[in-house]
Design a protein around this ligand. Structure first.
Ligand code: SF4
Ligand code: SF4
Length: 342
């Protein structure tokens, strides 16, 4: 029961069946850009990608999200809409690093006394179907961060591309229940499982980029005022690309909008923006790129480790690929790990 196979040619039919029950998000190719979109009759899942430009975090944490609308009455404020509990959703074709980012985001959005129901409700209603990476990119370093190209964390099912077929591995009970709904799926043969195992080993070996995060958190405890930050931030433009494209970054701002109706809206924000911590008085506790870069690194490799026991990075390499000035987080972490500190 653990392993099934589906011919690639039959995947669209499977997705069409699933669409009667789920709102499905999957990678869609438009020109040269692949990103997670809601599937409709006009677009199709595209699984021939290496990694999507934007991560799938926006399925649960959209770039712009209306939290509620409201009316101001004479005596009080009436909330017109409470958070909508979405229909059953499915995210299909999620690479292992991105699926692992969901686990980190779950920790972030459920931490402490106040749970973020907007995120958590969507997560609860969503089935995650992963897609193993046969060909990691040179910028991938997932194996340094508790992941791997065939990792299963954060998924209900894992698809593994074994040439003309996908091997389907059930990961959770939810995944198992889903597979049971399709009795026409064939059982995998021993050769299919062996083929996937071989591809998995090759993929693991293909991740050449390594970063040592061991001791980095502990070192950062003593590096708040280290002169290294003066060097690291120099070429950063503060564009925020690294944070917007990061599957784990989830800073946001909340504002009220008044068009035909009054809305409270959540939008993505970035700790790399100069106005992120700008106070109404004009004072900014992070006045330059130095403090902002330090915050990004501290949050990922120190504060999050303290709160949740692991780094807030999955090694997807997007920030490495897309930074316009080649500021490479692997080099930053490397410089910290080899730094002599008191
Ligand atoms: S993408 Fe590069 S330049 Fe832009 S904020 Fe991030 S580190 Fe700075
Ligand atoms: S910090 Fe960079 S490598 Fe790490 S998860 Fe974010 S985008 Fe990927």
């Amino acid at each position: 029961m653990k392993w099934k196979v589906i011919e690639k040619s039959k995947l669209p039919a499977l997705i069409a069946e699933l669409a009667s029950e789920y709102e499905i998000f999957a990678p869609v190719k438009e020109k040269s850009i692949v990103s997670f979109e809601r599937l409709s009759s006009g677009n199709e899942a595209y699984l021939g990608f290496r990694n999507t430009k934007k991560p799938p975090k926006e399925v649960f944490f959209p770039q712009t999200e209306v939290l509620f609308t409201y009316r101001i009455g004479e005596k009080d404020v009436e909330i017109v809409e409470s958070p909508a509990v979405k229909a059953k959703m499915m995210v299909l074709g999620v690479r292992p690093c991105d699926a692992r980012s969901f686990v980190l985001l779950d920790k972030f959005f459920s931490f402490g006394e106040h749970k973020d129901l907007y995120y958590l409700e969507k997560r609860k209603n969503t089935t995650v179907v992963g897609l193993a990476c046969n060909h990691p990119l040179s910028t991938c370093f997932c194996t340094s961060l508790e992941g791997g190209p065939f990792g299963k964390e954060g998924m209900d099912l894992l698809l593994q591309d074994i040439n003309d077929k996908y091997l389907i591995e059930t990961v959770t009970e939810r995944g198992e229940e889903l597979v049971k709904k399709f009795p026409w799926l064939k059982d995998a043969e021993k050769a299919d499982v062996e083929k996937a195992k071989m591809l998995s080993e090759d993929a693991e070996n293909a991740v050449k980029s390594k970063v040592s995060v061991k001791d980095v958190s502990e070192k950062l405890d003593r590096m708040f005022d280290d002169p290294l930050w003066d060097q690291i931030y120099q070429k950063c433009l503060g564009c925020g690309v690294c944070t917007f494209l990061c599957p784990a970054c989830c800073c946001f701002d909340i504002l009220d909008e008044e068009t035909e109706e009054r809305k409270r809206v959540r939008i993505w924000d970035s700790c790399q923006f100069s106005c992120f911590t700008l106070q109404g008085s004009g004072h900014n506790p992070r006045p330059s790129g130095k403090e902002r870069m330090r915050q990004r690194i501290m949050h990922k490799f120190n504060y999050f480790v303290k709160n949740h026991g692991e780094s807030f990075c999955v090694g997807c390499g997007r920030c490495v690929q897309e930074c316009p000035v080649n500021l490479d987080i692997r080099e930053v972490v490397g410089a910290i790990s080899t730094r002599q500190v008191e």
